[in-house]
Design a protein around this ligand. Structure first.
Ligand code: SF4
Length: 652
């Protein structure tokens, strides 16, 4: 008997029964190979189906020439895609899951780069977007009609590939939404003007899809309950549109989300970071569900089965999008059904390796789960033939992950941490405002260590004598990093402290503060927010074009908005070089000109880290195996630390 009565009840859409209410929403993975699904994508979705997902919606495919770009997106414009989709369908069906395909067109919301050049972006009208700075060209009417035909044809290919359904992406300010929206649809033909006309393109595409796929397949639509942008669709208009389509029996379900990609503010909601409340879209989805009367899916920070169960039990939705929850732990549904809730590696909403990789142009993964997105190469491996004793020096994310993997391989593992707590820099990150969830990374790893009975020695600094005394076979050095102290000209009256020390309470900021941020990531922004919330006047001087330059953009933009609201003054392109009493001297990193900041009582340094190499050097000449992982090799982020720890442990 499942702990989750609603979550594990089946849902019937037409003749398709979905085994539970857990959905992996369409999300770009950059796992496509030459524009079609291949082994990588099939392995990725198969892992989620094997883990118990009820429904997987494969990421959106381009259905017309006018939406193709250089990006490695799926393309469903010809028959080439059918075999690839079939391999995904077979992989998902093998494990009892259902799978839909998704079709989209970006319209104005794209840079539309082809061959390195910006190609023409077609949209309902020549209305610019605010994220990609694209001024589109108005689609001629015959092109609109050509798209309708292309949409139906692409859906027909999904049917041939034995998918169970088709979803059109009318969410996030993309082309279908641009037609629906009077602010972006200023046409005077039959596709613009009245609401009835603005709906026509979407309605004709849905009809073309139905005509292509026949009566058996499920046909649905994703839509933002509101776009949260200046010229975005509002909730009333979205409800009216959905009601009209429902009345016309054009849809089997509505998949609700929020936000728009047409501006930086609305984009945050596309993959909301950890500063957004869990399930925050569900109440708005409930309004849509009540008004429209169709089965309704919802997504948006539903990262735990308990939360999904609450959404379903409250009647806010019929299915929950739990995409990142399954990027972080593909087996989440199976574990939830078995009541193994503590075993679930919960997503922490960091956005770093899933959407973060995608925005950098790489295949998605997860900072906590290096296998994610790499299923095709990181296949399960058997236990080691020989049991070895492995000493791990350092209980930060790198050392913890190495310990988990080495113990999983059957080795005896001793994990030593010099401080009194496991977690390393993740403990500092979680102490910042709106970052508490980052600590989930530590909680998840601690639980895995406990399950594997890893011997943990806190308050134990590893040196060569200890290594030799324990007679270990392998030492994994994960000793991390300490704050880097740049050379700064400063007089004795200057009050300069390290961000780490302020966070740990071993140093205090007083009065008016300047945060010198070299890394342009969470440390500087987090310190600025913490101190301004504590009542300090705060300036944030960043060694880059803007604050959070090295953070995933949705996380960054949400944070920038908050800092602006709190009155933090951001000084871009600035590197600290001197402090003289209450005057701080910065250099403009491009022009070289001085930037002088008066009335600074405290300078807080967020100037990066330097590797701790003491043990590495002490072990030179030791005859066991030494492996270095994480920041002690070169200070980077938690993702690299965990990845290297994972590989080190797995390789033993
Ligand atoms: Fe969640 Fe972060 Fe993993 Fe993305 S990278 S799935 S946000 S834990």
């Amino acid at each position: 008997m499942s702990h989750f009565k609603h979550l594990f009840s089946p849902l019937r859409l037409r003749n398709t029964e979905i085994r539970n209410r857990i959905l992996s929403t369409g999300h770009q993975t950059y796992l496509a190979e030459d524009g079609i699904p291949g082994e990588r994508m099939a392995a990725y979705h198969e892992a989620r189906a094997r883990g118990g997902a009820g429904l997987i919606i494969v990421e959106s495919a381009r259905f017309h020439e006018t939406s193709l770009t250089d990006a490695p997106d799926l393309v469903a414009t010809d028959e080439r895609c059918i075999a690839g989709y079939r391999s995904v369908a077979d992989a998902v069906h093998r494990h009892g899951g259902k799978v839909f395909g998704q079709l989209s067109h970006a319209g104005r919301v794209s840079k539309r780069v082809r061959g390195g050049l910006r190609d023409i972006a077609y949209a309902p009208s020549a209305v610019p977007d605010h994220r990609f700075h694209t001024m589109p060209r108005e689609m001629p009417t015959d092109l609109v009609q050509e798209l309708v035909v292309a949409c139906g044809a692409a859906a027909g290919r999904f049917a041939e590939a034995r998918l169970d359904g088709v979803e059109l992406v009318a969410s996030h300010g993309l082309l279908f939404a641009q037609f629906l929206n009077p602010a972006t649809n200023q046409r005077s033909d039959r596709y613009g003007g009245s609401r009835e006309n603005r709906i026509r393109f979407l309605a004709e595409c849905l009809a073309a899809v139905r005509a292509s796929v026949g009566p058996e397949l499920v046909v649905g639509m994703r839509i933002s309950v509101e776009e949260v942008e200046q010229d975005g669709l509002d909730a009333a208009e979205v409800i009216a549109v959905c009601k009209q389509l429902a009345a016309a029996r054009a849809l089997d379900y509505v998949n609700a989300t929020i936000g728009s990609m047409s501006g930086l503010g609305g984009s945050i909601h596309v993959v909301p970071p950890m500063d957004h409340a869990t399930a925050y879209v569900a109440p708005k989805a409930a309004t849509l569900r009540a008004a429209v009367g169709l089965p309704l899916f919802v997504a948006g920070r539903i990262n735990q089965p308990q939360i999904a169960e609450e959404v379903l039990a409250a009647g806010q939705a019929d299915m929950c999008g739990m995409t990142r929850a399954m990027i972080s732990d593909a087996d989440m549904p199976r574990k939830a059904q078995a009541g193994q809730l503590d075993d679930i590696r919960a997503c922490i909403g960091c956005n770093q390796a899933c959407i973060g990789h995608f925005h950098l142009g790489y295949s998605i993964s997860c900072i906590q789960n290096p296998i994610s997105g790499r299923e095709h190469v990181l296949r399960p491996i058997p236990r080691a033939a020989t049991r070895r004793t492995v000493l791990i020096a350092g209980g930060g994310p790198a050392g913890m992950k190495a310990a988990v993997e080495a113990a999983s391989r059957g080795h005896r593992v001793i994990l030593c941490e010099a401080s009194r707590r496991l977690g390393g820099q993740a403990l500092l990150a979680q102490a910042l405002p709106e970052r508490a969830e980052f600590g989930g990374l530590v909680t998840n790893l601690e639980h895995e260590l406990k399950c594997l009975a890893v011997e943990i020695r806190l308050g134990t600094r590893v040196d060569r004598a200890l290594v030799e005394a324990l007679s270990v076979d392998v030492v994994i050095v994960a000793t991390g990093a300490v704050p880097f102290q740049p050379e700064i000209e400063a007089d004795e009256s200057s009050h300069i402290v390290q961000a780490w020390d302020v966070l740990q309470g071993t140093a205090q900021a007083r009065g008016r503060v300047l945060v010198a941020d070299w890394r342009c990531d969470w440390v500087g922004m987090g310190m600025a927010e913490k101190l301004v919330r504590e009542g300090h006047h705060v300036r944030l001087a960043v060694n880059g074009p803007h604050a959070g330059f090295n953070l995933q953009m949705y996380l960054r933009d949400s944070w920038i908005g908050r800092l602006h609201g709190l009155g933090v003054e951001v000084i871009p392109y600035a590197r600290i070089f001197g402090v003289d009493g209450s005057t701080t001297y910065l250099t403009h990193i491009v022009s070289g000109a001085a930037i002088v900041c008066e009335d600074v009582d405290t300078v807080v340094l967020a100037t990066g880290h330097t590797a701790v190499t003491t043990l590495e050097h002490a072990l030179i000449g030791w005859d066991g195996q030494t492996i270095l992982v994480g920041d002690c090799v070169s200070p980077r982020t938690a993702e690299e630390a965990i990845y290297e720890g994972f590989l080190a442990g797995r390789g033993l």
